[in-house]
Design a protein around this ligand. Structure first.
Ligand code: F6P
Length: 549
């Protein structure tokens, strides 16, 4: 997002003003009326591309809303911003970096330039190196220090170096090599490491230390504990590290200082943001699990979505439509969150993955010009797979006081067909969006002969917006398409809100303060404390608690 953009501040763009007036005009319209007024609404307000079908008809919009939202995209110079990203301009200007996760899935013959250098050959060189390595581990040719084959793979990383790998492993478990065990350690809480290692044999365990910077406190602490665990288990010979540790990083110096041979390092580049990196070498654990061919199919899916995003007209463009609808729901209908509800158990970690992607990207309150925004930016993304969520928080979505737009994601075919399960699953997905949109009126409740006193409790207002995304089945390619869909939604939102979705300064302060507190907790004598009275008191109390018997 170039700093030099000359577009008007958001609330002064004509389409924004028109949308505000328009919202007042249609505020009272119920989805029941919108559907009654147009019998084809459910077929018309849909878009289909690259094997994904989007039904957005259950949003509180009219043809005019859509027209104005598309106009807003134009006035926000969305096209120019897209061109700048795809061309490798340094749109992450606060870190002086290009934003080129799209180059990670570009075909071999593509050309993408950063500072005059085509980066695609480097991307494919790393992919080839990952492929070689994955083949050796999966076939058993790669042996551990004692000559045993590797059976356990432990990814150590956090944030973008963990959430993508975990999510992809769970999502593609169906395609994984079942005689390999995968574990993911992220939290600096020792319980994460200890529990993950409980039943593993060091002689058969390979650690993939994934960290873009190779300085992240959590990851380095876990990696050190892993090295100790391994050496303890294998008799202390430091040479063992070479056979049991590989690194994924941009920082060769730190990798080598840790003791990992840089021949066993898989690189990526500063133009790949952590939360946009699951398709870089950060996906090494994914490739080990599902094999190089499936990993390349995943990348091909990403690329198909990139091409759709880059070339489809905005009114048929899935990420653009979904982003504009989220802007409508957030900024004009006052929604504070978006629930992502996959009706596919393999996607159980998808909402958690999206939390970092969406909120670390657009959880910003200053514009590209450094001015405080006077509108809401990223909503809170959250969710759980259906049908589990139905028996938990859906009550609030149906009858609570808040407006919670939902993204339902479902598939035509189950990966593991079992009796009636898939029909029942889908019946639930479809029923939920129907209930949310149309609800149940007092008259309908009364017609069921419900006692008068109970009627208000059984009324469903409806008019709750949702999108439904359908795909044939969850394949590696479809997963790539879905992730890229949300990556580009985030991009479009950022363009409308005029924020930089690619930095994350908001995580720095806590990190720095923690560094300062560490010695205050660990030193035998308490250093003079210079925090506020609450933090000082908590530090003293913790020290007492940890030393008490
Ligand atoms: O949470 C901040 C962050 O920088 C994320 O953006 C990133 O994904 C994560 O930490 C991990 O960073 P690294 O891969 O450098 O260990």
């Amino acid at each position: 997002m170039s700093k030099k953009s000359v577009i008007k501040p958001l609330t002064q763009r004509p389409a924004w003003k028109a949308l505000a007036t328009h919202q007042k005009k249609i505020a009272k319209l119920h989805l029941r009326e919108l559907f009654a007024a147009n019998k084809q609404r459910g077929e018309k307000l849909t878009a289909e591309a690259i094997g994904l079908f989007l039904d957005y008809s259950k949003n509180r919009i009219t043809a005019e809303t859509l027209k104005l939202l598309l106009q807003l995209a134009k006035e926000s110079n969305l096209r120019g911003r897209m061109d700048a990203m795809f061309a490798g301009e340094k749109i992450n200007f606060t870190e002086n970096r290009a934003v080129l996760h799209t180059a990670l899935r570009a075909p071999k013959n593509a050309k993408v330039f950063v500072d005059g250098k085509n980066v695609v050959p480097d991307v494919h060189a790393v992919l080839d190196k990952m492929t070689e390595f994955a083949k050796r581990v999966r076939s058993g040719a790669w042996k551990g220090h004692t000559g045993k084959r590797i059976k356990n793979i432990v990814n150590i990383g956090i944030g973008g170096s963990d959430l993508g790998p975990v999510m992809a492993y769970e999502a593609l478990r169906h395609y994984s090599q079942r005689d390999l065990v995968f574990r993911f350690v992220s939290n600096v809480d020792g319980a994460d490491f200890v529990e993950a290692m409980q039943d593993l044999n060091p002689a058969e365990t390979l650690f993939v230390v994934s960290s873009k910077t190779f300085t992240t406190q959590e990851t380095m602490t876990n990696a050190e504990s892993a090295r100790d665990w391994l050496l303890r288990g294998l008799g202390g010979n430091k040479k063992a590290v070479a056979k049991h540790f590989v690194a994924v990083s941009t920082n060769a110096e730190k990798v080598s200082a840790f003791g990992i041979d840089t021949a066993n390092m898989f690189g990526f580049w500063d133009w790949v943001g952590g939360r946009y990196s699951m398709d870089s070498a950060i996906g090494l654990s994914t490739m080990l699990a599902v094999g190089p061919e499936n990993f390349r199919a995943l990348l091909a899916g990403f690329h198909e979505m990139d091409e759709h995003f880059r070339t489809a007209p905005f009114e048929k463009n899935l990420p653009v439509l979904m982003a504009l609808l989220s802007v409508w729901n957030t900024n004009f209908l006052g929604a504070e969150t978006v629930a992502v509800l996959p009706y596919e158990n393999y996607l159980k970690r998808f909402p958690a993955y999206l939390q970092q992607l969406t909120m670390e990207s657009n959880g910003k309150s200053v514009t590209l010009d450094g001015k405080k925004v006077n509108y809401e930016t990223s909503p809170i993304y959250w969710g759980e797979p259906g049908t589990n969520g139905q028996h938990s928080f859906y009550q609030l979505i149906h009858q609570g006081t808040r407006l919670i737009p939902c993204d339902f994601i479902a598939f035509g075919k189950a990966l593991t067909p079992l009796g009636r399960h898939h029909d029942l699953l889908l019946a639930n997905a479809l029923a939920q969006s129907e209930a949310l949109a149309f609800g149940k009126t007092a008259a309908e409740v009364k017609a069921e002969k419900v006692a008068d006193a109970l009627v208000p409790h059984k009324v469903f207002e409806g008019n709750r917006p949702s999108n439904t995304i359908l795909a044939d089945r969850l394949t590696p390619a479809v997963l790539g398409k879905l992730v890229a869909l949300y990556e580009h939604i985030v991009f479009v939102q950022g363009a409308i809100w005029s924020v930089n979705p690619f930095d994350q300064w908001g995580v720095e302060l806590g990190k720095a303060l923690a560094q300062r507190i560490v010695p205050e907790l660990e030193n035998t004598t308490l250093p003079p404390l210079k925090h506020d009275s609450s933090t000082n008191n908590l530090i003293r109390r913790y020290r007492k608690m940890k030393s008490a018997r």
